[in-house]
Design a protein around this ligand. Structure first.
Ligand code: M6R
Length: 608
């Protein structure tokens, strides 16, 4: 989820300034390294985001055209060496890229044999050398770019520049967004319209498999087979400020809405549906050790801890491994008994949460194998664990974690298949889970499409000062997470509780002003949940139920039902949490609160 921005205007504006200003509005897309290139001033690259890049760029850095990038690392550590733009051997061709070149290893080997020298660990650099190779043969920049793109597998949004034709930019899209800005005597390329909007509201969105050639005066769009495409420009209605959030009012809402894409990204290249298995490259080095592991201890904080609780159910039921889940902040103080047959699995979006990191270190000290499910590439937890699975959820900016939770659960389901198949899970069972995982993005989209109903409901409950969230089995951690979401952004008290526990205390709170959110999908716990809902109704407590589409009975019992599509029980949390995230969002919005910056909270907690 990197951000790219490029400009050509034959001196109409200073490319250096245009690009540096534009990168600021793309910062949400990646901030672990940044870089800029103009043919006049060359390339400047640095770890960190735009602030660091500004410090490194000299005062006289300028140009008539150029390309720039903010990186959210996937291949290679976030260092200056791996930052974009990347170039060919001779420093003639420069490239910024968002996506993953899946066949980069094989291309790199081929190109190395042909004499190309690589300077980074990045998959992107390969593409610059590939264009160089074809440029040597064709002597035609556009043809060389097209040929190279035809050799590439994977996802990309790119902007490419050649010193030999400095006014010309080439953009291409396959899976990663690219917008072309149409100015007067100038053109722009960006990952989203936000950096373009201060200059023009006229844009063209590239489709997958399209390549655009831009000069200050002209833009031509072709398909990969070189046939020309005609596309009308779109007039963007957003203000420049709104567009920083991709048109959403808040990062939180944008990130909830990204759910289907996030699941796809976490699954990409990992599911082997025909074998009922998964390929987790990050675990290959420890696969043999994992086959002998007798116990897993999941360590995490906050939302990631609740993801871990769901993981406990998944791994015990389907992979047959004993699992415990520990708060990062408690683990190292209780003198845990571990050995080399124990795996300590850290779950963390940021990869920097101190308590989780210290739990990993404690696990290491006591001889356990350490693993991570981490979203931020190159983060401390990712580096310090022995092996792991990256979420590939893209940068999460909203302080309330939403899409990271969805991707953590997806990664845990992949891990369940991986460890399960090592321990006798049948191919049939593996296939069943894989099939259901692959179907999740569409089902999640169906929930998001009904966000208007959830907004109405949230407004209707604006009177409440307390909420009880109830669930059982897989949906108990979802109840905890739903309550956390509500309290952290609306400052209204909310408590998650096992529905079976309710009668041991919490039910005393129920009256007509104390609503309950009950997770009651049609699964093995359905009848018990329905009984618990009856108990609350009998005490005049208002109830909102998250139920399975097609459940006619629940609608007779309560007025407010949020329906979600059916899936298998172990995957229910991935869908069920989303209406609760939306409910919390709209509830806090109705109170006029800034949901992206909740009081007293920070995105990454690096103190105890
Ligand atoms: O970056 P991490 O996943 O390690 O962060 C853990 C918690 O700090 C985080 O999930 C926190 O609870 C969120 N604000 C919840 O929305």
């Amino acid at each position: 989820m990197c951000g790219i921005f490029a400009y050509t205007g034959k001196g109409k504006k200073d490319a250096g300034k245009v690009l540096l200003d534009g990168l600021l509005s793309l910062e949400y897309r990646g901030y672990d390294s940044a870089g800029i290139f103009t043919p006049e001033s060359g390339a400047v690259k640095t770890p960190g985001a735009v602030k660091e890049l500004r410090k490194k760029v000299s005062k006289d850095f300028s140009g008539k055209s150029g390309i720039a990038h903010l990186r959210w690392a996937t291949h290679g550590e976030p260092t200056a060496k791996n930052a974009h733009p990347h170039s060919d051997c001779g420093g003639e061709l420069w490239l910024v890229h968002n996506g993953i070149i899946e066949n980069f290893k094989e291309l790199k080997e081929k190109l190395a044999k042909l004499g190309h020298t690589f300077r980074s660990d990045s998959d992107t650099e390969v593409l610059a050398h590939l264009v160089e190779e074809y440029l040597g043969k064709t002597r035609d920049f556009e043809k060389a770019a097209l040929k190279a793109l035809n050799d590439v597998r994977g996802t990309y949004g790119i902007a490419l520049q050649y010193k030999g034709e400095p006014d010309k930019l080439i953009a291409a899209r396959m899976g990663s967004p690219i917008v072309i800005g149409l100015g007067n005597g100038e053109h722009f390329i960006a990952s989203d319209p936000s950096p373009i909007l201060p200059h023009t509201k006229k844009v063209v969105f590239l489709e997958d498999g399209e390549v655009a050639v831009l000069t200050p005066q002209k833009h031509v769009i072709r398909k990969l087979d070189s046939s020309q495409v005609r596309r009308n420009a779109t007039e963007i209605e957003w203000s420049a400020e709104q567009a920083q959030k991709g048109g959403y009012e808040h990062f939180m809402l944008k990130e909830i809405m990204e759910g289907p894409e996030v699941i796809e990204n976490t699954l990409r290249g990992r599911l082997l549906p025909s074998k009922g298995d998964v390929k987790l490259g990050g675990l290959e080095s420890v696969a043999k050790k994992l086959a002998k592991i007798e116990r897993i201890i999941i360590v995490a904080c906050g939302t990631a801890y609740y993801a871990g609780l769901v993981g406990e159910y998944m791994l015990e039921e389907h992979a047959g491994i004993p699992v415990e889940v520990e708060l990062g902040s408690e683990f190292r103080y209780r003198h845990p008994v571990l050995n080399e047959r124990t795996a300590v699995l850290a779950i963390s979006q940021s990869g920097e949460t101190l308590d989780t990191l210290e739990a990993v270190r404690e696990g290491k000290r006591r001889g356990a194998l350490t693993l991570g499910i981490v979203n931020t590439v190159g983060s401390t937890i990712a580096r310090e664990t022995d092996a792991g699975v990256y979420n590939h959820a893209g940068p999460e900016i909203g302080v309330a974690s939403t899409k990271a939770f969805v991707s953590q659960l997806t990664a845990l389901a992949l891990l369940t298949i991986f460890l399960g198949r090592q321990r006798g899970m049948s191919p049939k069972e593996g296939k069943r889970i894989a099939r259901e995982l692959a179907a999740l993005p569409k089902k999640l989209q169906a929930i998001l499409d009904r966000h208007g109903d959830i907004e109405k409901l949230a407004k209707q409950y604006g009177f409440a000062r307390d909420f009880l969230y109830l669930g059982r089995r897989y949906n108990l951690p979802v109840a905890f997470e739903g309550a956390l979401k509500l309290k952290e952004i609306s400052y209204v008290h909310a408590e998650g509780c096992g529905a079976g526990e309710m009668k041991h205390g919490p039910i005393a709170m129920i009256d007509e002003r104390f609503p309950t959110v009950a997770l009651a999908p049609m699964d093995s716990m359905y009848e018990k949940m329905i009984s618990n809902i009856h108990e609350i109704k009998a005490r005049r407590g208002p109830v909102i139920v998250v139920a399975t589409e097609g459940d006619k009975e629940v609608g007779k019992l309560v007025e407010d039902v949020l329906y979600v599509p059916k899936t298998i029980e172990m995957l229910e949390p991935i869908l069920n949490v989303v209406p609760l995230q939306l409910f919390a969002y709209y509830f806090a919005r109705a109170k006029g609160l800034n949901v992206d910056r909740p009081r007293n909270l920070a995105k990454s907690v690096t103190v105890e």
